[in-house]
Design a protein around this ligand. Structure first.
Ligand SMILES: [Zn+2]
Length: 415
């Protein structure tokens, strides 16, 4: 296949893709070469030619923190962003709600829907709320710290961080193939799945890096003691695995930094989220995987709910870069918006702590690194994980909309 007249790093070129690789890049016929001079690649017999019309050709984007199974399930669920009325209106024998910003117990959920089993996930992903019918399906519930109980010892319906308890107890929800298509529609050709203890890569066309054991989840309301976390980090490091520590709160970050001081840092160690970073210089040398999309999605709530002393340090980006921190953009989908162009816009337009704004090109450069954090380029010998835009890059970075994406290839296959 030849991609004709595509913009690569500011030049209009022709790019040949063969057997899943970029095999040739040549100045295109439309690049201003004087008449009469041969330019561009000549297609072989039967070779497909795609005319790029000067649109940018980029390496496919890599989302550095996503939860694929949860994203598929969320797409098969009703959104409770605006409240629980969506549960009442939902079709089906069971109702799975997501993105609910509040907290209710089973009695409150029963008043919304008592007949069908209902599970509603808090938008943080940390809490499931079940109505009585859904609780009855799980009876007897084991005595685990995450199972909230009332004074009489009966489950309230609130289950904290107990996804593994619920997993597999309902018919499978969600369609990973559809998730793969959705990601490709934004130009995403790779993801890092940050689901803790995930063993096998979910089946999507994208290249999937699995954090698995590297991911250390800190329960924000119940942080481990320093020795326990140090032991967990040491165990991974001893196995040659850099860690990826989930740090949403100031305390979680400070604990993690203290542990890394004690155990020693390993190249590749990363802070997931970095939602509150009071002192960027303290994380210099680490990778911070951030989600500017939350600022657009939840900015008003943050302005209202986040502690005043944390607010100036919320999801920093520019300040981290200035301090020499390697920052990687991501979505944390389904909890944050998955569209990388929306994430870029949020990083550019943020109204909370505007001093942390960064140019869209900076965020895009992060998306163009692979799961091992290596930069990628459209060049001979690179895998043909490519995204073709309708417009030159400068236009796409100004407009910041996923509709700029015209086509996506993974390993040379159109996706
Ligand atoms: Zn996450």
């Amino acid at each position: 296949m030849i991609l004709r007249d595509v913009e690569v790093r500011g030049r209009v070129v022709d790019v040949r893709v063969d057997h899943g690789m970029v095999t040739d890049v040549a100045a295109g016929a439309a690049s201003g070469v004087a008449a009469g001079v041969t330019a561009g690649l000549r297609p072989a017999a039967d070779e497909e030619v795609v005319d790029g019309h000067g649109g940018a050709l980029l390496p496919g984007l890599h989302d550095h923190h996503v939860h694929l199974h949860a994203l598929a399930a969320a797409r098969a669920s009703v959104s409770c962003r605006e409240g629980l009325d969506a549960v009442r209106r939902a079709p089906g024998e069971r109702v799975r709600g997501v993105l609910f910003p509040g907290s209710v117990d089973r009695h409150e959920l029963d008043r919304v829907e008592s007949r069908r089993p209902v599970r509603v996930q808090h938008r943080s992903g940390a809490l499931w709320m079940l109505n009585s019918a859904a609780l009855a399906e799980l009876a007897p519930l084991p005595h685990l710290p995450g199972v909230e109980r009332d004074a009489e010892g009966r489950p309230t319906g609130r289950l904290w961080r107990l996804d593994h308890l619920l997993r597999g107890t309902w018919p499978p929800t969600g369609d990973l193939a559809a998730v793969g298509r959705e990601l490709a529609s934004y130009g995403i050709t790779g993801v890092t799945d940050a689901t803790p203890d995930l063993r096998a890569a979910p089946q999507v066309p994208q290249r999937v890096t699995v954090l698995g054991r590297r991911k250390l989840l800190l329960h924000d309301h119940d942080l481990p003691d320093i020795d326990a976390l140090a032991a967990a980090v040491r165990e991974r490091h001893d196995d040659g695995l850099p860690v990826a520590v989930h740090c949403v709160t100031r305390d979680a970050l400070l604990l993690t930094l203290a542990v890394l001081d004690e155990v020693g840092r390993m190249p590749g160690d990363r802070i997931e989220h970095g939602a509150v970073v009071p002192d960027p210089s303290a994380v210099a040398g680490l990778h911070v995987v951030t989600q500017p999309g939350f600022l657009a999605d939840r900015g008003d709530d943050y302005a209202r709910d986040v502690d005043a002393e944390d607010l100036p340090h919320l999801y920093p980006y520019a300040g981290l870069l200035r301090a020499g921190v390697d920052v990687l953009p991501s979505s944390d989908a389904p909890y944050g918006p998955v569209d990388p162009w929306t994430v870029m816009r949020a990083a550019v337009d943020r109204t909370l702590v505007p001093a942390e704004r960064v140019p869209a090109a900076t965020v895009l450069a992060g998306y163009l690194r692979d799961g091992d954090l290596r930069p990628r380029h459209v060049r001979v010998g690179a895998p043909a994980d490519l995204v073709l835009l309708h417009v030159p890059l400068a236009v796409a970075l100004r407009d910041l909309t996923g509709s700029a994406v015209r086509a996506t290839w993974i390993g040379g296959s159109r996706t």
